[in-house]
Write a protein that binds this ligand. Structure first.
Ligand code: IDP
Ligand code: MG
Length: 224
């Protein structure tokens, strides 16, 4: 009945606005008022829904704004991990990301970049005196790499363990290098080796910063 009243009053309004000279009956005016009230509450309801969505978004981001290197020694510790050009060519980016995700670590930064020789040299600056340095710089700038920032308790040490040893021969099966590499100069991945190098490398590879977001399943990964 309410619906037919609305339709009738809508027709009356349409008729009135078509230029016909007509007098709207009192009951129709009441119906138009009711119709407007319904419209207003519908609009209010929609904006409340988007407000709720907004709140939900805020809840998802309930972690504090952190420096790019996070907070070493806590579950907000962060490291810089990279899939080197050989890992990209070998098409194991997904597997590498998946290992860290499955372990419970949180990906907060992800970007593909083709390093220039200058940037490669800067990244490996601590090895600049080594005889293999020129070859390392050439290799690291030979194609795109996948830059990642991972977050979680002990991620700097644990990340290195999951990568394996620098020398593939010493890397245990089950580690990334132990599963995918044979040669020292093609060992697939990079990982920061200390909180200081994590800070330096994250600032270098993520000058735009990373993503501070809360994760709903944290309580299933951490006891506290
Ligand atoms: P890491 O990658 O395990 O941190 P680093 O000593 O920092 O090891 O060396 C950086 C990279 O340089 C290694 O991952 C490896 O690819 C390469 N590299 C290290 N030592 C040698 C070497 O003796 N010959 C050739 N390449 C090397
Ligand atoms: Mg190193």
């Amino acid at each position: 009945m309410f619906r037919s009243t609305i339709i009738r009053s809508a027709r009356t309004v349409a008729f009135a606005s078509s230029g016909a000279r007509t007098r709207m009956p009192r009951s129709s005016l009441a119906a138009v008022a009711a119709f407007s009230a319904v419209t207003v509450s519908a609009v209010t309801y929609i904006s409340e829904t988007s407000q709720e969505r907004q709140n939900h978004k805020i809840a998802m981001c309930d972690v504090p704004k952190l420096p790019v290197e996070g907070v070493p020694g806590t579950k907000y510790e962060r490291t810089f991990l990279a899939v080197k050009p050989d890992g990209v060519q070998r098409q194991i980016i997904g597997d590498i990301i998946s290992r860290f995700e499955k372990r419970g670590y949180k990906l907060v930064g992800l970007r593909m970049e083709w390093p220039t020789k200058e940037k490669a040299a800067e990244h490996y600056a601590d090895l600049s005196k080594k005889p293999f340095f020129p070859g390392l710089v050439n290799f690291f700038s030979s194609g795109p790499i996948v830059c990642m920032c991972w977050e979680g308790l002990d991620i700097i040490k644990q990340g290195r363990q999951m990568l394996g040893e620098t020398q593939p021969l010493a890397s245990k099966p089950g580690s990334i290098r132990g599963d995918y590499s044979i040669d020292l100069g093609r060992n697939i991945c990079h990982g920061s080796d200390s909180p200081e190098s994590a800070k330096h490398e994250l600032e270098m590879w993520f000058p735009e910063g990373v993503n501070d977001y809360g994760r709903v399943n944290d309580k299933w990964v951490y006891e506290k």
